[in-house]
Write a protein that binds this ligand. Structure first.
Ligand code: PBG
Length: 337
C-alpha cells in the first residue's frame, strides 16, 4: 500500500519548500520589520547623560539634550515610535512630577518633537516612578494603621492619571499609554483629553497587564519597585485569560484605540486569543525581564542572543501582535536591514 506522500517523491513533502533560503523566504508566513517596533526610552534630568542601565545591558538613561541624536538613530533604522519613561528629580506621596508641566517626560517630549517631528512619541502614564512609596496610584488613608497594596485609591488616582495624560498632550505627545491598571482609567483619560482640546489624541491601553516577575530589571532601572506590598491588588493574576479578554473589552468600550498584552512571551496565548476576538491594533510588550534573560544567556555563551531575540520577536508577531514594544528594537532593526 502506498500513501500520497511517498508516491512520487524522494522528499518528504514538507521539506521541498525548506531547501533554500530563497524558498523559505517565499513561503514565510510572518515577516518582522523595524516598522513593527516601539523603542522604550528612559529619560532623566541633566545634561550630556548617556549612562548604561546595569539591569538592562544595551539600554541607557538619556537626558533631554541627547534625544535628538537618539531620534536620528531610530529614524535611520526605520523604527517609527518611542515609549517614554521618566526618572523624576524628586518623588512624593502624590507623584506630583508625573503631571508637572516641567516634569522630565514633558521636557523630553518637547525635545523629541522639536528634533524629530515625524517620530511617534508615546508616553507611559503611571505614577509608580514618581511616588515615594512606588505604587502606581495614591494611597488611601491607612485602615487601622495597616496600608496594603489593595488600598491604592482607585478614583483619586484616576484624577491624577488624567492630569498626567493631559500634561503629556500639552507637551506635544502623539499618544498616551496608561500602564497603572486602575479601573476606569481609559474613560477618565479620554474625557480629560477631549475636554482639554485633544480629542484627536489616541490612547494605547496596557489592557491585559499581569502582575509579573518579568518587570524586575525595569523596576531597578526606573527605581519604581513598591516600597511595601506588591502590585497584585491591581495588576492581573497570571493564571487568568478570560479576565484578560474582559479587561480588553472594557478598555475598548472606554475608548482605547490600541490595546496591549504585557508581558509578551509568557502570555502568547492571551495575545492569540485577543487577536481572534478584537479588531483593534494589538500591541505586545516584550518586557525588561524577557530582554534581560536573552542578554544574560548570550553573555554566558548559553544562547545565541541574536537568533534568540529574532525568534522571540517573530513569535510575538506570529501570535498576533501588530506592534511590539521591545528593548531589542535597535539591534533587531539593524539585523533585519
Ligand atoms: C509602570 C510600568 C512598568 C513597566 C512598564 N510600565 C512596571 C510595573 O508595572 O511594575 C514594566 C516594563 C518592563 O518590565 O519592561 N507601571
Amino acid at each position: 500500500m502506498t500513501t500520497h506522500t511517498t508516491l512520487h517523491s524522494p522528499f518528504a513533502r514538507f521539506r521541498r519548500l525548506r531547501r533554500s533560503e530563497g524558498l523559505r523566504r517565499l513561503v514565510r508566513e510572518t515577516r518582522l520589520s523595524p516598522a513593527d517596533f516601539v523603542h522604550p526610552l528612559f529619560v532623566a534630568h541633566g545634561h550630556g547623560l548617556r549612562q548604561e542601565i546595569e539591569s538592562m545591558p544595551g539600554q541607557y538613561y538619556l537626558s533631554p539634550d541627547g534625544l535628538a541624536r537618539e531620534a536620528e538613530e531610530l529614524r535611520a533604522l526605520g523604527i517609527p515610535a518611542v515609549l517614554l519613561f521618566g526618572l523624576p528629580a524628586a518623588k512624593d506621596e502624590e507623584g506630583s512630577e508625573a503631571y508637572a508641566d516641567d516634569g522630565i517626560v514633558q521636557e523630553a517630549v518637547r525635545a523629541l518633537k522639536q528634533a524629530a517631528p515625524d517620530l511617534v512619541v508615546i508616553t507611559d502614564v503611571c505614577l509608580c516612578e514618581y511616588t515615594s512609596h512606588g505604587h502606581c496610584g495614591v494611597l488611601s488613608p491607612s485602615k487601622g494603621g495597616v496600608v496594603t497594596d489593595g488600598e491604592v485609591d482607585n478614583d483619586r488616582t484616576l484624577e491624577l492619571l488624567a492630569r498626567t495624560a493631559l500634561s503629556h498632550a500639552r507637551a506635544g505627545a502623539d499618544m498616551v499609554a496608561p500602564s497603572d491598571m486602575m479601573d476606569g482609567r481609559v474613560a477618565a483619560i479620554r474625557r480629560a483629553l477631549d475636554e482639554g482640546g485633544f480629542a484627536h489624541l489616541p490612547i494605547m491601553a496596557y489592557s491585559a497587564k499581569y502582575a509579573s516577575a518579568f518587570y524586575g530589571p525595569f523596576r531597578v532601572a526606573a527605581d519604581s519597585a513598591p516600597q511595601f506590598g506588591d502590585r497584585r491588588g491591581y495588576q492581573m493574576d497570571p493564571p487568568n485569560v478570560r479576565e484578560a479578554l474582559r479587561e480588553i473589552e472594557a478598555d475598548i468600550a472606554e475608548g482605547a484605540d490600541i490595546v496591549m498584552v504585557k508581558p509578551a512571551l509568557a502570555y502568547l496565548d492571551v495575545l492569540a486569543r485577543a487577536r481572534q476576538r478584537f479588531g483593534l491594533p494589538l500591541a505586545a510588550y516584550n518586557v525588561s525581564g524577557e530582554y534581560a534573560m536573552v542578554k544574560a544567556a548570550d553573555r554566558l555563551g548559553w544562547l545565541d542572543g541574536r537568533r534568540t531575540a529574532l525568534e522571540v520577536l517573530t513569535a510575538i508577531k506570529r501570535a498576533g501582535a501588530d506592534i511590539i514594544i521591545t528593548y531589542h528594537a535597535k539591534e533587531a532593526a539593524s539585523w533585519l536591514a
